[in-house]
Design a protein around this ligand. Structure first.
Ligand code: URA
Length: 247
């Protein structure tokens, strides 16, 4: 079992800074099986069951995953020297946990972005081998013809020669808006798929990751923590796409 410094375990499970965690440890508030541990650099199993801070049990194993309604104009990154990032939209306790985006949305794109401190979960969401479908509402420069939609669905080859996996594309009641579902995440993939088909993307919103849909109640910039049921939904098959799937 991987050992970690006590102040790091306390910081990540309490959502406090490393120095605040160190103070808590030195004060004697952090206990293992009831006995105070006063050394912040002590290394121990992060999942030690009987670790507590005051009355609160610490379970460093617990990860945090958020659903963010990404607004346009912010970068899908943890930090950037110049531009505002999605992590800058969150209160400091989340930034301190080291949350990072599980998959990217372009700066101008909006919609469902998952942020997590769980590397294994992020891998399962992003890896094309895991086949988690991502669903997008795509505003096109021109109403697509049937040949363009067929091309996008049938392993289209991008300008750089990369071949896409088969995708799903359905029309909506709005002639310039289509719903697209892909199960990989190549750089600017949807934009490049439509460019290869002879159209252009004018707006992009991700509405679902796997079977987990963006909460309609979340305005751009708002987020909520996901529970176990939400996380399980990510790995469920999404409902088939129909023109009625467009809200
Ligand atoms: N495809 C794109 O072109 N951009 C995104 O942000 C996501 C998918």
């Amino acid at each position: 079992m991987k050992k970690e410094r006590l102040d790091k375990i306390v910081a990540s499970s309490m959502g406090v800074s490393r120095s605040e965690a160190g103070k808590l440890v030195r004060s004697g508030a952090v206990t293992l099986a009831g006995a105070a541990l006063r050394n912040p650099s002590l290394r121990l199993d992060a999942q030690a069951a009987a670790l507590a801070c005051g009355a609160r049990e610490l379970n460093a194993k617990q990860h945090v995953t958020l659903m963010l309604h990404k607004p346009a104009g912010v970068l899908s990154a943890s930090r950037d020297a110049r531009a505002k990032t999605v992590v800058d939209l969150l209160p400091p306790e989340y930034a301190r946990r080291g949350l990072f985006p599980a998959g990217r949305l372009d700066k101008d794109a909006t919609g469902l972005l998952l942020l997590t401190d769980d590397g294994e979960l992020a891998h399962r969401v992003i890896s094309p081998k895991k086949h988690v479908w991502k669903t997008y509402e795509v505003l096109l420069a021109a109403a697509p013809d049937a040949a363009q939609l067929d091309a996008v669905q049938n392993s289209i080859t991008l300008a750089d020669g990369q071949r896409c996996l088969p995708a799903v594309a359905v029309r909506t009641p709005k002639p310039n808006v289509v719903l697209v579902r892909i199960r990989e995440g190549k750089y600017h993939q949807i934009k490049r798929m439509f460019a290869a088909a002879g159209n252009a993307v004018a707006g992009l919103k991700r509405t679902a990751v796997g079977g987990l849909a963006l909460d309609e109640g979340l305005a751009p910039g708002e987020y909520r923590e996901l529970g176990e049921t939400d996380i399980a939904r990510i790995f469920e098959q999404p409902a088939p796409l129909t023109p009625e799937s467009f809200a």
